[in-house]
Design a protein. Structure first.
Length: 333
């Protein structure tokens, strides 16, 4: 189907005008200058953990304290209400309050990406508009997955197209099959990359061939690919990814920003050595121990981790010892 018919909407002329007016930026690490979006996603984004009090209420004071500590790290921006923010466990009111709190504390030159994906298209549109009003610069929209058997490429293209048409802020696609059981199909990504209000994708699947194809097949589009994990950050950069949204950045933000810089400067041996030291800790705070492990590790590096919201359970003592050993043997503790 032609782009003009697939993406027809009242917002399209305005979005297209903004698209044409965008300043020229560099894509990836070494690509020649080409068309670029107004918003450059190049760099590291920590997907913030949501702090809870001992009674499992959102602790906004501790959130502000963590933001103060992160201010000295050269992040491109922050992600709130992603998988590591325990997004499914927050009430709608809490989600908006978290965005507002972070926006107030975040310098204007740093981007704020906010998770707004819901199971229905209508609910996603409504929450995306609310996130924009609360101060988000970009909406991060995870794939709807409850009826995953019905989530064909056509259904997902229609969903994201309607969301992007209605959104007052740019949209980033979010594919996280470990949590949703659904990989946003490559053909859907390539179609959606043509939409003037879809800025890029955060891909957490870890399929480097797929990520390389996304970069390669969207070279004529203003579309930026973000690695969704620190474990394959260097490989993603080598293939032309723009940046990374990495859970480990909550803990080791400065080293991840250093890895970003080394890759951009072409210092590949140093980058490889650093990447190797980050892989086991990253696996520990994602696949191995999840958010409880991430929050425990944050405490060892001067941040507030605190409890998770039930039913996520705290780590056992042996698990804590194993987690600490993983950071120690790689030279971080």
């Amino acid at each position: 189907m032609a782009l003009s018919t697939r993406f027809a909407s009242p917002l399209r002329p305005t979005l297209a005008a903004l698209h044409q007016a965008a300043p020229r930026q560099r894509r990836g690490l070494s690509a020649p200058p080409g068309p670029g979006h107004t918003l450059n996603l190049g760099g590291i984004f920590p997907p913030l953990a949501t702090p809870f009090s001992p009674t499992q209420e959102v602790d906004y004071a501790q959130l502000e304290g963590n933001l103060y500590r992160y201010a000295s790290i050269p992040f491109r921006g922050l992600v709130v209400l992603g998988s590591n923010g325990e997004y499914p466990y927050l009430a709608p009111r809490e989600r908006l309050e978290v965005v507002s709190c972070v926006r107030r504390a975040l310098p204007r030159d740093r981007l704020l990406l906010a998770g707004s994906g819901c199971e229905s298209t209508q609910a996603t549109i409504e929450l995306t508009v609310s996130m924009a009003e609360a101060g988000a610069d970009v909406a991060l929209v995870v794939t709807p997955c409850y009826y995953r058997g019905a989530m064909t490429s056509a259904a997902l293209i229609q969903h994201y197209t309607e969301v992007a048409d209605a959104s007052p802020i740019p949209v980033v696609l979010y594919s996280v099959p470990a949590n949703t059981g659904l990989d946003l199909p490559l053909e859907a990504v390539l179609t959606l990359a043509q939409h003037p209000n879809i800025l890029g994708i955060k891909d957490s699947g870890g399929d480097i061939t797929r990520m390389g194809l996304m970069v390669h097949k969207t070279q004529q589009e203003d579309f930026q690919v973000l690695a969704g994990s620190a474990s394959f950050l260097l490989a993603s950069y080598a293939l032309g990814a723009s940046g990374g949204v990495c859970a480990l950045a909550n803990v080791l933000g400065a080293p991840l920003c250093q890895l970003d810089s080394l890759c951009r400067e072409g210092r590949w041996q140093e980058a490889r050595d650093l990447q190797h030291r980050l892989m086991e800790p990253n696996v520990a705070v994602t696949r191995r121990f999840g958010i409880p492990g991430l929050k425990k590790a944050m405490e060892w590096f001067g941040y507030y981790g605190g409890p998770c919201r039930a039913p996520l359970a705290p780590l056992s003592s042996p698990q804590i010892e194993e987690l600490r050993e993983t950071f120690s043997v790689n030279g971080w503790l």
